[in-house]
Design a protein around this ligand. Structure first.
Ligand code: PHE
Length: 387
């Protein structure tokens, strides 16, 4: 008895000490120093989708530098705090909780992967802190609530873009499609459904539907089954590491069918992993570095100067998301969550690197998509499809 009472007092003392320390640091960091505005980013800086988080962060960093070079927002500098969620849902939730409760950021940018945005969004919604996903395309993300925004198109559009391209593109004119879906990824499952719906509506037939789990190493059973159905196209709505491995194994199994995918392919790593095996294949995306628009070329030049690489779509979307946030911050009465969210929802005809961005009533952006084709390990522009 005495012992357990002792232990209880001991732990109560510790709890008091901890909350005092947390309270103090919380106070000190509340929204940053008096002369700075804190914003958060959660992303996959490590793991099999590491380029998603790194590119996004690089794009955001460029936007932060630019806004601070022009004097910040109403005399305050913007400071970015980024946490690595390692591509895991649990870590994503923890990262967002930490950004909001410990760092006390006024807004959150992220995630790329829809499944991870779906893990972070409820935390932002519950705390009344606006979140902008630069690139999550699953419709459910912004349905979490009125604090959740995105600056990209959604998968019902992307799925129909891919289906239309498969059916109509000269040299494809696909009648029979096979689909290989990552069943553990909300993005992959959702995009697969939208593609199938649209492909069938356009008169095509889906001859084989196979699944895998992100991170799988052996796809031979699925690819052999697909080969047996002799499809004209193989739709793979997955992320780049898996897609690269699938392309390599398809080549080994002599499955000679063009592959088609969504924005999840967008990484310089795709060509590095798959080499020649992915050449000639197509994917839909938010941006092409070959876009001659001066706005795009100026961004590429500045990004290259800062980060010594050509920006991918994630970098462009991260940059656009941050700039839309800063514009809303300049206009809003206060940086309180509700005020900032109200201002974000007024975003109209913002001249982004990834196109003109208006936020609609569902807090989504309606924008064109591009189709890219892999050539010598790099994406090259094929066409633009308007919403
Ligand atoms: N749209 C993907 C998702 O929702 C993420 C993604 C966007 C990946 C753009 C690459 C490029 O999961």
């Amino acid at each position: 008895m005495a012992k357990s009472l002792n232990a209880r007092i001991h732990s109560m003392v510790w709890m008091a000490v901890i909350s005092a320390v947390v309270g103090l640091s919380g106070c000190q960091q509340n929204g940053g120093d008096a002369d700075e505005i804190l914003i958060g980013h959660f992303g996959s800086l490590t793991g099999s989708e590491a380029t998603f988080g790194k590119s996004t962060d690089n794009g955001i960093i460029l936007a932060v530098e630019e806004i601070n070079a022009t004097g910040g927002i109403r005399g305050k500098k913007v400071r970015l705090i980024t946490y690595d969620d390692k591509g895991e849902a649990r870590e994503a939730g923890t990262a967002v909780t930490r950004l909001i409760t410990k760092d006390q950021v006024v807004a959150v940018l992220g995630e790329v992967a829809s499944g991870l945005s779906l893990a972070g969004a409820p935390v932002c919604q519950e705390n009344g802190i606006p979140m902008i996903s630069p690139s999550s395309t699953n419709p459910k993300v912004t349905q979490v609530g009125d604090m959740i925004f995105r600056v990209c198109f959604i998968d019902p559009f992307q799925g129909s873009v891919c289906a239309k391209f498969a059916r109509e593109h000269e040299g494809l004119k696909a009648a029979k499609a096979a689909i290989l879906t990552d069943q553990a990824s909300p993005y992959s499952v959702g995009l697969q459904e939208e593609f199938e719906k649209a492909f069938v509506a356009l008169g095509g037939t889906v001859v084989s539907k196979q699944t895998y789990q992100g991170g799988d190493q052996d796809f031979s059973a699925q690819l052999t089954a697909i080969r047996g159905e002799a499809p004209d196209i193989l739709f793979v709505p997955g992320y780049y590491t898996d897609v690269g491995n699938i392309a390599l194994q398809a080549e080994k199994l002599q499955l000679k069918v063009p592959m088609l995918g969504g924005d999840g392919w967008d990484s310089s790593k795709l060509g590095e992993i798959a080499g020649k095996a992915i050449d000639g294949c197509f994917y839909s995306n938010h941006y092409s570095h070959e876009d001659p628009n001066p706005r795009v070329q100026e961004f590429i030049r500045k990004y290259n100067e800062k980060h010594s690489q050509t920006p991918d779509g994630l970098a462009a979307l991260g940059y656009d998301a941050a700039r839309i946030l800063f514009e809303a911050m300049k206009r809003t009465e206060s940086l309180k969550g509700a005020d900032l969210a109200a201002e974000l929802s007024k975003t109209k005809d913002f001249d982004g690197v990834t196109g003109k961005i208006s936020i609609n009533e569902e807090r989504n952006a309606v924008k064109p998509a591009v189709i890219l084709q892999m050539k010598d390990g790099k994406p090259s522009y094929v066409s633009t499809i308007q919403p």
